[in-house]
Design a protein around this ligand. Sequence first.
Ligand code: GTP
Ligand code: MG
Length: 233
Amino acid sequence: MKEIKNHLPLPPLTVVIPTLNEEATIGEIVEAVKPYAAEILVVDGHSTDATREIAAAAGARVILDNGRGKGAAVRLALQEAKNDIVVFLDADGSHEVRDLPRLVEPILRGEADLVVGCRMTGGSDELHGDAGKFLRLIGSEIITLIINYRWNVRLTDVQNGFRAIRREVGLKLGLQEDRFAIEEEMVMKCLRRGFRVANVSSHEYKRRVGRSRIRLERDWFSFIWCVLRHLPP
Ligand SMILES: Nc1nc2c(ncn2[C@@H]2O[C@H](COP(=O)(O)OP(=O)(O)OP(=O)(O)O)[C@@H](O)[C@H]2O)c(=O)[nH]1
Ligand SMILES: [Mg+2]
């Protein structure tokens, strides 16, 4: 158990950080999660910069994904993780590491199987300010609404990559998405199987360096298609 001031004691956690060319930030992210993690697993998408070397030098276990995308990395991480609770955190500095204890608390209290950090209530620097961000915000809200009415829940964010899941649950879901739709697929498959999903507010910062790996034209289609495919009873 790790004692964290003002929070429930943390059992051993695996913190998974998917990376693709994140040499500018991966070192400090690994350092930042150390107080909370029993295992730090960096799943790398064949970076061509020094991401893997920096992550390993900072103390993370580094493995390679199959080259198909972040979703493939998430699926591999669930298999490889050594602990019962797995936390996912991006490598670009956009997630608030200090929120990690709050993120896992609903699982520790036995109230949830999957907890997703919520940018709508926690605030986001990525979803406001220009037309592209506005489209991401509206798209994300619509997907959340559809899921809420389909499963009669009242979630506030289903796409944020900052999340915690019971490993046993994650492995039962039969996740298939290779790219970024993995996040909403995980939520929908949990709801479909009767697992409990919760949100916890967490601020999203702008990616610190480099550019997003999401390509709106390709990935928004896969986001919408993924929702439609999993809706029928
Ligand atoms: N292993 C692996 N990680 C990836 C891959 N693509 C992206 N990532 C990582 O997944 C995380 C999320 O990717 P981002 O490009 O930041 O996507 P995003 O956060 O939706 O986009 P921004 O909001 O613009 O940052 C980052 O840590 C990336 O390095 C991949 O193919 N394989
Ligand atoms: Mg990002």
